[in-house]
Design a protein. Structure first.
Length: 82
């Protein structure tokens, strides 16, 4: 593990300390490490979703009417009960 010194506003430090006192993190260091990890995961998820959206855009428009598409989806996933 690498040691890093951070300068942060008192309000944010107070918030981090309150999370430690509430038992939501074992230490202020751990709180900030978890915050960075969650931020990284969120950025990766946004990238993944954007790639899926781009893939959908590139696939073009389905010529079938919306009602037909939804009927097929209902039949596939809900069977005769749709």
């Amino acid at each position: 593990m690498i040691h890093v010194a951070l300068s942060i506003p008192e309000a944010e430090l107070g918030w981090a300390r309150s999370q430690v006192e509430a038992g939501k993190a074992p230490s202020v260091d751990a709180y900030f490490a978890d915050l960075a990890r969650r931020d990284q995961e969120e950025a990766e998820e946004i990238t993944r979703i954007q790639a899926l959206l781009d893939e959908g855009d590139a696939s073009g428009v389905d010529p079938r009417p919306g009602e037909q598409i939804m009927a097929e989806v209902r039949a596939k996933y809900f069977g005769a009960n749709a």
